[in-house]
Design a protein around this ligand. Structure first.
Ligand code: GRF
Length: 199
């Protein structure tokens, strides 16, 4: 059972996944950004890494073809997006249907897209959070696997709020991956059921 983690930057969610006991046989980290700090972190821990630099390809199709080729060489049971900042085509998403996950820093379906914490503060919401969901071709949509909520406090800045949410991201992403690896997630239409009984 292998896991592929796609990153573009800092890699703190990747790090949380590497630290967790996930019952996987192997993990590979792939970045589209050769300068992603997450790559160094993975390498230091002896994790296999690869770079597929989108700028080296003439268009998205060519980039994704290369990405699919390297992902498939690992024969992963699951692909996780962890701060992966390229939009994926529906052809790509369909290729991995039901076995590709993303983490998003809001309580979806609120605040899809970028700058979620700034927008949450602007809207004056009192509860914010993060979501792990299966990826569909619609950006930041798709069946929700797990969410965590945090309070928005009166003196929060974008940074303090992001830090509070990120702590929860690092807890729920390993949880979602563990469930998937243990075949506890049942996906029917847009709904995910978790089997939490102990086997
Ligand atoms: C996280 O906030 C994640 O929810 C979003 O991008 C950020 C990635 O952070 N998709 P990191 O690279 O995992 O530290």
């Amino acid at each position: 059972k292998s896991l592929v983690i796609l990153i573009s930057g800092r890699g703190s969610n990747m790090q949380a996944l590497l630290k967790a006991k996930l019952h996987v046989d192997s993990i590979a980290v792939i970045s589209n950004n050769p300068h992603a700090t997450g790559l160094e972190i993975a390498e230091k821990q002896g994790v296999k890494t690869a770079i597929v630099d989108h700028r080296a390809y003439s268009d998205r199709d060519a980039f994704e073809t290369a990405l699919v080729e390297i992902i498939d060489s690992y024969q992963p049971k699951l692909i996780v997006l962890a701060g992966f900042m390229r939009i994926l085509s529906s052809r790509f998403v369909q290729h991995y249907q039901g076995r590709i996950m993303n983490i998003h820093p809001s309580l979806l379906p609120a605040f899809p897209g970028l700058d979620t914490h700034t927008r949450a503060l602007q809207e004056g919401i009192k509860i914010h959070g993060c979501t792990v969901h299966f990826v569909t071709s619609q950006l930041d949509h798709g069946p929700i696997i797990i969410q965590a909520a945090v309070p928005v406090l009166p003196n929060d800045s974008e940074k303090t709020l992001a830090t509070r949410v990120l702590q929860q991201e690092h807890r729920i992403y390993p949880q979602a991956v563990r469930w998937f690896m243990e075949d506890r997630l049942k996906l029917s239409y847009n709904y995910v059921e978790v089997d939490e009984t102990s086997f």
